[in-house]
Design a protein around this ligand. Sequence first.
Ligand code: GLU
Length: 424
Amino acid sequence: MTADRPQVRTIYDNVEAQFDKAADLMRLDPSIRKILATTTNEIVVHFPVKMDDGRVEMFTGYRVQHNNVLGPFKGGLRYHPAVDIDEVRALATWMTWKSAIADIPFGGAKGGIQCDPSKYSRSELERLTRRFAFALGSNIGPEYDIPAPDVNTNAQTMAWILDTYLSMMSPQERNRCVHVVTGKPVEAGGSLGRDKATGQGVVYCIEQWAKDRRFDLSKATYFVQGFGNVGSWTAKLLKPLGATLVAAEDHTGAIANAAGIDPEALSTHVAARGGVAGFPGAKAVDHKTFMATQADIFVPAALESQITKGTAPLLNVRLVAEGANGPTDLDGDRILTEKKIDLVPDVLCNSGGVIVSYFEWLQNKRSESWDLEEVDAKLERRILGGYERVKAAASEFDTDWRTAAYVVALRRLHTVYTRRGIFP
Ligand code: GLU
């Protein structure tokens, strides 16, 4: 990585530039810098899947393992046409920072399949998932690399991976490997509170920001991009706090209603119709109008590179709380700072998912099952610990919150490398 990059072109370029900024600022040891600037393993698999009509299609799957010095590789699997090695590399690297900031004993990984899952039947998706798990083989494992849900994957996907993975083991070993994936259905070893965990974490961060800013959330307005797991849970959990959802957008379009959109009703509509478009309680708006929505808070909870040179100038909010991974590119960050918009960065804001994945993993290892209150209380403590560390680093280095979040992560990784040394 070099400090002066000519132009940000890919998502991984964005990660490199964020990393360089923090590493320069904290004068990170050059050896540690070299190690963390590189992914450890990059697995690409091509595998055939039988379609319902008897045809065979070839698919490409990825698993990038960035770093495991703090613990097993950890991170989600996404199914999306935009999945490629560059994106997965970036997402894997963000996972390393995320676990380090939350102070959980995991490294970073990410994977996925380049496909449009809306084109496939449930049984095709099951065969696709099982064949991918088979192709990954021992590249994943309960103490080695632990996948979880991400974009377009869910508890069902994890249950198929679990079943396939366990079927490849001897019967004697199966019951001690249930923690090979997290985000499982509760009945199949999942944790209570895992489904809503990322949204819950976003809301804990927003509540803390409001406290810090002496801002009354019960009068707040906000809008959400993406109404999948993260966006919809964030909205449903902000509702009891009195905040009003005034606009939402996803791949089907954008909708707005300054008088308020009911998150529960919108979730029901999305489940039935596949997206926010056509929701009766709001009017359709274009993307620019959506991004320019006048509100207190914007929660991007969809894909990468949404807050950019083109869209950041439109934002009319006090806070961006990043539910998505990588929603802001370098220009976007610069413009947010210029506009004095507060930022709770992705690697902190959306860490609720991996934090509760850690709780699920612990429960599986100990054959325990915690009640929801316990999970929520532990999540709140853990994510707000990260929040305070990032806040402290931002003031220590007089820098923006994204760079501060990197400083927190890199410090922790630096300490471990310094203690352990480099083999041989
Ligand atoms: N896919 C989620 C993320 O990006 C969760 C990862 C996990 O639980 O391992 O953080």
